[in-house]
Design a protein around this ligand. Structure first.
Ligand SMILES: NC(=O)CC[C@H](N)C(=O)O
Length: 357
């Protein structure tokens, strides 16, 4: 039954079935992840996007909040060939439109060829193709969401205490530009206290924490719009070890004089091959990004994507920087690169002291 429409920026309108009603708009992207739909749907990096799953059946092992990466569903809408009732009910409760029974292969091929694009969705009783088109026409380009961090960051500093059995003793200031919960957990379980700070914190706010490492999180939107975070990175570069994941890598590179650019359709999935240029070792990684570092500035590109050679890891001994474009914390996806967190904590003085004891 057709009771839903998706209008694409290329002028087409596709018919679908409503699984959760509503009207909305966003940047149409796809993930090839075949597992981890709860984690993906709660990843704050998907804010202002409409997420299409290329894997055809989404929801076949239920919905459990233990697997959530934040406290709500983050994309503006979700699309699959088929959603189970569990997922459809969850999305409906959250007020997130969901549609299925459309040819998602066609949608994914379109995005691969034409790039991530504006779309509009109208789902539910009495909607028309014109409703979907009106939503699409009101959709802003991602770079116009200049204050996107405000919707996904903590509003007050929040402390997540270390697991007392963790191997290290360190304090991390995590600039929360839309952080996934697993990043905090990965640091806590190794023994680091994590002070989560608002995305627009000042250098003085970071100073107040007196951290061993400044960590810039993942997050949605165009990295060039995170002016406050770039200023914080600049204030501490060379004085404090710096680490970043995804948006964090982009912000750190840009702050230190490099640059970023938008990719055609980005990398979203759980089997992106990344090669470490120093060891020639390739690991499978989880990814979710639409921008990339095009110029690393003073940082060295230490890891690249095997498919398209884009920068996956940046480091600098001089500045004390280690960043990743992919998601070492996994969730969803492979655990092959969890040692990133050990490498980050090895940069902190207190780790060195503990190790020397
Ligand atoms: N997962 C992320 O941190 C994404 C970073 C950035 N918003 C991008 O799309 O490239």
């Amino acid at each position: 039954m057709t009771d839903a429409y998706i209008a694409l920026a290329d002028g087409r309108v596709l018919e679908a079935r409503t699984r959760a009603p509503g009207r909305t708009r966003g940047e149409l992207v796809f993930t090839t992840a075949y597992t981890g739909y709860e984690e993906s749907l709660t990843d704050p990096s998907y804010a202002e996007q409409v997420l299409t799953f290329s894997y055809p059946l989404i929801g076949n092992y239920g919905v459990r909040s233990e697997r959530f990466e934040s406290d709500r569903v983050q994309p503006r809408a979700a699309i699959a060939r088929e959603f189970t009732d569990d997922v459809a009910e969850w999305l409906a409760e959250e007020g997130i439109p969901a549609i299925d029974h459309l040819d998602t292969r066609e949608l994914v091929t379109t995005v691969r060829e034409e790039g991530a694009m504006a779309c509009g969705i109208a789902a539910g009783e009495d909607v028309t193709p014109e409703d979907a088109k009106a939503e699409m026409e009101a959709c802003k380009p991602m770079s116009d969401h200049v204050d996107i961090g405000a919707g996904v960051s903590v509003s007050e500093p929040t402390v997540h205490e270390a697991d007392p059995n963790g191997a290290v003793d360190a304090r991390i200031a995590l600039l929360d530009c839309g952080a996934k919960g697993s990043i905090v957990e990965s640091l806590n379980e190794r023994g680091a206290d994590v002070h989560v700070l608002p995305y627009d914190s000042t250098p003085a706010d970071v100073e107040a924490v007196d951290p061993d490492v400044l960590f810039v999180s993942n997050g949605p939107g165009d990295p060039e719009n995170f002016e406050a975070a770039k200023a914080v990175v600049n204030a501490f570069a060379g004085d404090l070890p710096l680490a970043g994941i995804c948006l964090g890598q982009q912000i750190i590179a840009s702050a230190l004089g490099g640059s970023t650019e938008k990719m055609t359709f980005g990398h979203r999935g759980v089997n992106q091959p990344v090669k470490d240029l120093r060891t020639d070792r390739v690991v499978m990684t989880t990814q979710n990004h639409g921008y990339t570092v095009s110029d690393p500035g003073p940082l060295e590109v230490t890891q690249v994507n095997v498919n398209d050679d884009t920068a996956e890891g940046l480091e600098s001994e001089e500045y004390g920087v280690i960043t990743r474009q992919y998601h070492p914390e996994a969730n969803p996806g492979p655990h092959d690169s969890l040692d990133f967190f050990d490498d980050v904590l090895a940069m902190s003085d207190s780790t060195a002291e503990v190790a020397a004891d």
